[in-house]
Design a protein around this ligand. Structure first.
Ligand code: 2YJ
Length: 274
């Protein structure tokens, strides 16, 4: 399931730094940049100002999403990188970014959203970045995941990456998907597939919702922490009052992790441990 953002979903992203940072700080103790640096395995005082990035509007397929490139540009600049939206679109925009000496090209069509590091010739994609960012956010909100039960809802690209990351963080991971075979496939890597979605949700207090699934409030356990990249994003009044924290934004966490991890291809080479 691949969800296409719409202009109304990302409305306000260019200006929402304070709001998202404050919500994340409250839930996780970290800002967007802090989450992204941890996701990329970089120290939290990493200076990203040496990177020049570009957001390249892409017209192919269903075309430009109003506000997408400008939102991505704002997100990357908030990380302390230099960034701009290229004047041209598509291949013209890419060639302008190269001619401009850009290190990181942010671009998305209908199937793929990447942060391409042209110095290292490597990219980070949005599924990886979203899964990693929301897993790191859940870990911080929960005060660590070692030995704790976590439920991943949705075994698509984001959910499958999240299962791996949460297991690496020491969690006991269960996974559920309306298509049972998709969840079953993740048993191979050590996740526990569960078929009764409602029962699974009410038996867990640490959730990562990577499905286009609206969780009815009455099945959410009191005090739950829900890291929730999935769209459409909606929690009813009961769910919002029962949950201790619901972590969500339409674009920023995933895109920030992509940009920082892409920069990380260059930076990690210089860290003593690598
Ligand atoms: O440049 C633009 O304005 C558009 N071409 C952006 C398209 C954004 N792409 C999507 O919303 C895709 N569904 C994202 C696919 C990423 C899958 N993780």
């Amino acid at each position: 399931m691949m969800t296409r953002l719409t202009p109304d979903m990302i409305e306000g992203v260019p200006d929402d730094k304070l709001d998202l940072d404050q919500r994340l700080l409250k839930a996780t103790g970290k800002t967007v940049k802090g989450i992204a640096l941890e996701a990329a395995g970089l120290p939290d005082d990493t200076d990203l100002s040496g990177f020049r990035a570009a957001a390249i509007p892409i017209t192919s397929g269903m075309g430009i999403i109003g506000g997408f490139s400008t939102s991505v540009d704002a997100i990357v600049r908030r990380l302390g990188m230099d960034c701009h939206v290229t004047e041209g679109t598509d291949v013209l925009g890419f060639s302008q970014a190269v001619a401009d000496g850009c290190d990181i090209m942010m671009m998305a069509d209908d199937r793929m959203f990447v942060a391409y590091n042209s110095r290292e010739r490597k990219y980070t994609d949005n599924s990886w970045g979203t899964a990693k960012g929301y897993s790191v956010a859940l870990k911080n909100a929960a005060g660590g995941l070692e030995g704790k039960d976590v439920l991943v809802i949705g075994a698509g690209m984001v959910g499958s990456w999240a299962v791996r990351f949460l297991m690496e963080m020491g969690a006991n991971v269960s996974v559920t998907d309306i298509i049972h075979e998709k969840a079953d496939r993740l048993a191979k890597i050590g996740a526990r597939p569960l078929t009764d979605i409602a029962a699974a949700i009410s038996e867990h207090t640490l959730l990562l919702n990577a499905a286009p699934f609206i969780i009815p409030g009455e099945i959410i356990a009191e005090g739950s922490i829900i890291s929730s990249p999935g769209v459409p994003h909606y929690y009813d009044q009961v769910g919002r009052s029962r949950a201790k924290a619901i972590i969500h934004d339409p674009l920023e966490i995933g895109a920030a992790v992509m940009a920082v991890n892409s920069a990380g291809y260059s930076l990690r080479k210089r860290l003593p441990d690598n």
